[in-house]
Design a protein around this ligand. Structure first.
Ligand code: NAD
Length: 375
């Protein structure tokens, strides 16, 4: 399939796809801007050794669309975009490669704002920052927001409270059993919020040191095996490890009442969302629950304050309730409702700017202006 056919097949509604090549540094990258109806397209730069250019293109089209939906349902004035650099992040990174890529990002004049993702680090963002202001996730010393995980975890905690309210009528988590799978950056912070709130918390990680580290500080935690965490009885199962944990093998063995966690792409396929609904298990759509990290980055664009970022993540509670309401009103599964809430906002706000509103794009707009002056 040729390039345009691939774009038509996998990214029919994308606004722009930019191919970036720099001979001197060996850079080969693709930036995909899916939708800017709500604001500049924000999404990280992934560096991955793709088997083919076709794989890289399909991935960037898929990921950038996901960012549009995530920002829209989060209530942020951001659009969806993503970038991929083709190459081995362990052996092929150079300063000149990232600076060449930064120059490409800069040439888009703020339509696309980048951040860290799989295979890229704060150090790489520093190189980009030498060439463009349109980068987030830079070190705190440059006004950046640093590690997003505590904010993601707090958003997930708010999503759990909203799910508990929906299922049991009160958002009190004290006394409830919550099983957290994965004790990495997000999972371990989530465990802390849950313990503070009085929940009875079960934990599991394939890395024994992570379990040890946490139980040393919180001996009340209930340690489970990697399989047990999925199948043991609980009120809330909180996936915070890898994606696709709700699949054909696991779905029939779940003994939870709610699935709500921070991991991306928890449903192996969309049909597993329908299957959860049929089983009477409430599913809190992952991209609604884990938007706290994106909210944190958004605050960086406004001028960073960790208090404000933390406060913003409380919004996940209302966002999740809105999704549950849509699911009931339209008699659909919650993963379908989450997409509809996002599309509703995209259509309504996008329609506001059909007519000229007395503003023109200014090449030297600050990031703050770009984000805040949106309707
Ligand atoms: P991480 O790599 O720090 O932690 C993942 C943890 O899961 C590791 O400790 C790993 O050992 C464990 N794990 C892997 N497989 C497991 C299994 N089968 N059973 C139990 N534990 C297992 O990653 P993270 O930053 O905490 O992110 C977790 C998830 O949340 C990912 O899916 C990520 O995409 C998503 N997410 C993270 C953020 C963020 O701010 N970090 C934001 C949005 C979404």
């Amino acid at each position: 399939m040729n390039t345009f056919e691939l774009i038509e097949k996998h990214g029919d509604d994308h606004e722009q796809v930019v191919f970036c090549r720099n001979k001197e540094s060996g850079l080969r990258a693709i930036i995909a801007i899916h939708n800017t109806a709500l604001g500049p397209a924000l999404g990280g730069t992934r560096m991955w050794n793709y088997k083919s250019e076709e794989d890289a293109l399909i991935d960037v089209l898929r990921l950038s669309k996901g960012m549009t939906y995530k920002a829209a349902v989060a209530g942020l004035n951001l659009g969806g975009g993503k970038a991929v650099i083709i190459g081995d992040s362990k052996t092929q990174k150079t300063e000149e490669m990232f600076r060449a890529f930064g120059a490409y990002v800069n040439s888009l004049n703020g339509q696309y704002i980048t951040a860290e993702d799989v295979g890229t680090t704060v150090k790489d963002m520093e190189y980009l920052f030498m060439e463009t202001p349109y980068v987030t996730g830079i070190p705190a010393a440059f006004g950046g927001s640093g590690d997003p995980s505590p904010y993601t975890a707090h958003g997930v905690f708010m999503a759990i409270k909203a799910s508990v309210k929906e299922k049991f009528g009160s958002d009190e988590v004290a006394g409830l059993r919550v099983n957290v799978q994965g004790l990495g950056n997000v999972g371990r912070h989530l465990v802390e919020f849950l313990v503070q709130a009085g929940a009875r918390v079960g934990i599991a990680d394939i890395d024994a040191d992570k379990v040890k580290g946490l139980t040393a500080r919180m001996p009340e935690l209930h340690v489970l095996g990697a399989e047990e965490i999925i199948t043991s009885e609980c009120d809330v199962f909180a996936p915070c490890a890898l994606g696709a944990v709700i699949n054909d093998q696991t779905i029939g063995r779940l003994k939870c009442k709610i699935v709500c966690g921070g991991a991306n792409n928890q449903l192996a396929e969309a049909r597993h969302g329908d299957a959860l609904r049929e089983l009477g298990i409430l599913y809190a759509p992952d991209f609604v629950a884990n938007a706290g990290g994106l909210m944190n980055v958004f605050v960086e664009l406004e001028g960073y304050s960790s208090d404000r970022a933390f406060d913003k993540t409380k919004q996940v509670y209302e966002n999740m309730l809105r999704v549950f309401k849509m699911a009931k009103d339209e008699d659909v599964a919650t993963h379908v409702a989450a997409n509809r809430v996002a599309e509703h906002r995209l259509n309504k706000i996008g329609a506001l700017r059909k007519h000229y509103q007395g503003r023109t794009a200014r090449p030297h707009s600050t990031l703050k202006e770009i984000v805040l002056r949106r309707p």
